[in-house]
Design a binder for this molecule. Structure first.
Ligand SMILES: NC(=O)C1=CN([C@@H]2O[C@H](COP(=O)(O)OP(=O)(O)OC[C@H]3O[C@@H](n4cnc5c(N)ncnc54)[C@H](OP(=O)(O)O)[C@@H]3O)[C@@H](O)[C@H]2O)C=CC1
Ligand SMILES: C[C@H]1O[C@H](OP(=O)(O)OP(=O)(O)OC[C@H]2O[C@@H](n3cnc4c(=O)[nH]c(N)nc43)[C@H](O)[C@@H]2O)[C@@H](O)[C@@H](O)C1=O
Length: 323
């Protein structure tokens, strides 16, 4: 029996990972799942995390809990983003080690790479240049997470792994009008424009930045793929000081074209206007996914299909929620 703690199991990624693990258990895999809500266990609380790890003694930890948000949230609450994420990583990774956890997978983000990194961004681009200012505090925390895992592996021989997802979306996303990422924000805005009969939708920035989007179900599958890799294969495909693995779909789209896709999915036929007083952020973020591809994994869900499914989930679960 493998006892797995999924931290952040009520979030978009954590819940997708939990769905897959639950399905595997139903198929007969010997998995014992451990979860705690944020209210039950605040992962920024060192003593509470220590007590939890010592009493639950998981074999494996999946760290999908974090302070997460889009460009506006990152830019508005930098102290929350750096403090909470550093604390969560330090507590979970160190207390996992102290409780003898043999394998851990933590999720970083594509924003760890320099703002002007050569595209597509390879794992080796880490720490080669200046970060994007709108999310530097979050990125610094995420880089610290990679270095924590590498350091425990080097000093203590643990098997702690890191995946760096590109921009994610899907069921369970945060559809807050200001604090969310671009795709859920646009789904809400275009939906409300159609509902209210508006002739215009405003998108932030110039519409020219390019982003790569990956459906959360693909991300969950990739996470478990990396977690399940035999250690010799993981180690052979990474390096002790460059141990993270990019996860992406392999193609990107401009924000303007993304907005046009969301307009089509939601049935909006009016004008799309750019508010250039809002920041663009990084000009382009496309992952080099050759490391993961070489190990045999690739994304399956096409962006247009994924947006359609996410819009249906939004209509059924979030459209009426007060934000
Ligand atoms: N969404 C995206 O586009 C991307 C996400 N990632 C990474 O993927 C991971 C998962 O992100 P995602 O699922 O989108 O985020 P969500 O915000 O959907 O989920 C995060 C989860 O973490 C929980 N959490 C936050 N703070 C604490 C805390 N102090 N103690 C306990 N639980 C806490 C949240 O609980 P509660 O809601 O109750 O606070 C929530 O359940 C993160 O590491 C993120 O950085 C990386 C790249 C892109
Ligand atoms: C995953 C990643 O997410 C964040 O970085 P980001 O990629 O810049 O994320 P974003 O989804 O918020 O924006 C993408 C682009 O889209 C434009 N844009 C248009 N209209 C809206 C809009 O309505 N909302 C938002 N949020 N953006 C909009 C926006 O101006 C930008 O050009 C990081 O802080 C960090 O958290 C991180 O790692």
């Amino acid at each position: 029996m493998t006892r797995i703690f999924v931290a952040g199991h009520r979030g978009m990624v954590g819940s997708a990972i939990l769905r897959r693990l639950t399905a595997r258990r139903a198929e007969g895999e010997k998995i014992d799942l451990v979860t705690r809500t944020h209210a039950e266990l605040d992962l920024t609380d060192q003593a509470a995390v220590r007590r939890f790890m010592q009493s639950e003694r998981p074999d494996v930890v999946i760290l999908a809990a974090a302070k997460v948000g889009g460009i506006h949230a990152n830019n508005s609450y930098p102290a929350d983003f750096i403090y909470e994420n550093l604390m969560i990583e330090c507590n979970v990774i160190h207390q996992a080690f102290a409780a003898g956890v043999r394998r851990l997978l933590q999720l970083g983000s594509s924003c760890i790479y320099p703002r002007m990194a050569p595209q597509p961004m390879a794992e080796a681009a880490l720490l080669t240049g200046t970060l994007e200012p709108t999310n530097e505090p979050y990125a610094i925390a995420k880089i610290a997470g990679i270095k924590l895992c590498e350091s425990y592996n080097r000093q203590h021989g643990t098997d702690y792994r890191s995946v760096m997802p590109t921009n994610l979306y899907g069921p369970g996303d945060n559809f807050h009008p200001d604090n969310s990422h671009v795709l859920p924000a646009l789904i809400r805005r275009f939906h409300e424009a159609v509902r209210d009969g508006l002739g215009e939708v405003v998108i932030w920035g110039t519409g020219t930045p390019r982003r790569e989007f990956l459906h959360v179900d693909d991300m969950a599958e990739a996470s478990l793929f990396v977690l399940d890799l035999d250690r010799t294969i993981y180690d052979a495909n990474t390096e002790p000081m460059l141990s993270h693995i990019n996860v992406g779909s392999g193609s990107d789209v401009s924000i303007g074209d993304l907005a046009a896709m969301v307009a089509q999915v939601t049935g909006f036929q009016g004008e799309i206007r750019c508010d250039t007083t809002k920041p663009d952020g990084t000009p382009r973020k496309l992952m080099d996914v050759s490391r993961l591809s070489a190990m045999g994994w690739r994304a399956r869900i096409e962006l247009r299909d994924g947006i359609g499914g996410t819009y249906r989930w939004f209509l059924e679960n979030a459209a009426e929620a007060r934000m």
